[in-house]
Design a protein around this ligand. Structure first.
Ligand SMILES: [Fe+2]
Length: 317
C-alpha cells in the first residue's frame, strides 16, 4: 500500500503535486467530493445497482492523472438506517482510494449513525474535532473546507431512522465561530444539509449569529452540500443591503442511489475554488429495467449538466 509519507514533494516550484516513488502523482489542489453513497447488502438483488455505481465512481477517480490528494464524503453513506453491514459493504471501495494515497474525510447524513460508522471506519475519528461530531478543517490547497456534521441522530442507534432535516449542536456552533474568527485564508463550508436544512437560517439566536458570522467573514466563499442527490447551483444570499454578502451554494450528485449520479472534482486556485461535475448517469427513483422505456429527459439532463462547473470566487479580487 502506498502511504502519504511515501510521497516526495515536487520540485517544480508551486509544490502543488506530490510524486509517489512507486505510483502516480497527487495534486494538492485537487479534491474529490462524494455524497449519498447509500449501499447496503439488504437490498434485493433485482434492485441492487448502488454498489456497482459507486465502484464506477471510484474507478473514475483512480483513473485521474494526477490523482486528487483527498476525497471528502458528504454523508448518507448507509442506505437508510446506519447499519454496520452497510458500512462494511462500502469500506473496501473507500479503501481503494486510501490505498492510492488519497486521504479521506467524512461527515454524516440523516441516514447514518455515528457509532457503527466509527466502528467500521475507526481512522475517521481523527476528524472529530468537536466531541462526537465530524467537524474538521480540510486543507483544499489554496483554501480550506470547514466540514460540519449536521446529522440530528434522533434514532439513537443503528436500525432506526433519523429525522430528515439536520441540526448543529451548540459545541459545533462554538467551534465554527472560533474557526471563522481564526481564518486567515478563503474557505467554504460543507455539510450533508444546506444551511437552511441545518437550521442555521432559522430564527434561533445562536444559529442565526453563526450564519451571520460566516457571511461577515471576508474569507467565506459559500456552502457545499449533499442530501439532494442533484447537481444544484444556487446562492446563499444575505440581506439586500450588502451586495457582497452573496455566496455560492452547491448541491452534489449521489454516487448511485437516484438523481444525478457521479461525483465532483474541486480544484483550488489563489482566487477561487472551481468544482466540476462528473456525471455518469441520471435515474429516478431507480434505473430503468429491461423492457422499460428510459425517459428521454434523463439523457437530456445528463447532456445539460455534463462537465458543468461551479466557481466559488474569493470575496475580494
Ligand atoms: Fe441521501
Amino acid at each position: 500500500m502506498t502511504t502519504r509519507r511515501g510521497f516526495l514533494l515536487s520540485t517544480a516550484g508551486l509544490a502543488t503535486a506530490a510524486v509517489a516513488a512507486d505510483g502516480p502523482a497527487h495534486d494538492a489542489n485537487l479534491t474529490v467530493f462524494l455524497s449519498d453513497v447509500h449501499v447496503s447488502p439488504s437490498i434485493a438483488p433485482d434492485d441492487s445497482y448502488q454498489l456497482d455505481s459507486f465502484r464506477r465512481c471510484v474507478d473514475g477517480i483512480l483513473a485521474m492523472r494526477p490523482l486528487p490528494a483527498r476525497a471528502v464524503v458528504f454523508g448518507d453513506i448507509a442506505l437508510g438506517k446506519g447499519m454496520t453491514a452497510d458500512y462494511e459493504m462500502s469500506r473496501p471501495e473507500f479503501m481503494r482510494l486510501a490505498a492510492a494515497g488519497i486521504k479521506l474525510h467524512y461527515t454524516m447524513g440523516n441516514h447514518d449513525h455515528r457509532e457503527p460508522f466509527l466502528r467500521v471506519f475507526p481512522e475517521s475519528a481523527a476528524d472529530l474535532r468537536v466531541k462526537g461530531r465530524f467537524a474538521s478543517v480540510v486543507n483544499l490547497g489554496h483554501c480550506d473546507l470547514m466540514l460540519l456534521d449536521t446529522l440530528d441522530e434522533t434514532g439513537g442507534r443503528e436500525g432506526t431512522g433519523n429525522i430528515v432535516s439536520g441540526a448543529i449542536d451548540e459545541a459545533q456552533l462554538n467551534w465554527l465561530e472560533d474557526e471563522v474568527s481564526r481564518a486567515r485564508r478563503p474557505f467554504v463550508c460543507g455539510a450533508h444539509h444546506s444551511p437552511r436544512e441545518a437550521s442555521l437560517a432559522m430564527d434561533d439566536g445562536q444559529k442565526r449569529m453563526a450564519l451571520q458570522k460566516l457571511k461577515e467573514s471576508e474569507f467565506y466563499m459559500g456552502w457545499v452540500q449533499g442530501h439532494g442527490h442533484c447537481w444544484f447551483k444556487g446562492f446563499n444570499a444575505s440581506s439586500s443591503t450588502n451586495l457582497l454578502a452573496t455566496f455560492r451554494l452547491l448541491g452534489l450528485p449521489s454516487t448511485g442511489l437516484w438523481g444525478d449520479i457521479g461525483y465532483a472534482v474541486a480544484r483550488s486556485f489563489e482566487d477561487r475554488l472551481e468544482v466540476a461535475l462528473h456525471i455518469d448517469d441520471f435515474y429516478y427513483p431507480r434505473p430503468a429495467r429491461d423492457g422499460e422505456i428510459r425517459p428521454r429527459c434523463w439523457d437530456e439532463n445528463i447532456k445539460e449538466k455534463k462537465g458543468d462547473v461551479c466557481v466559488f470566487p474569493t470575496r475580494m479580487a
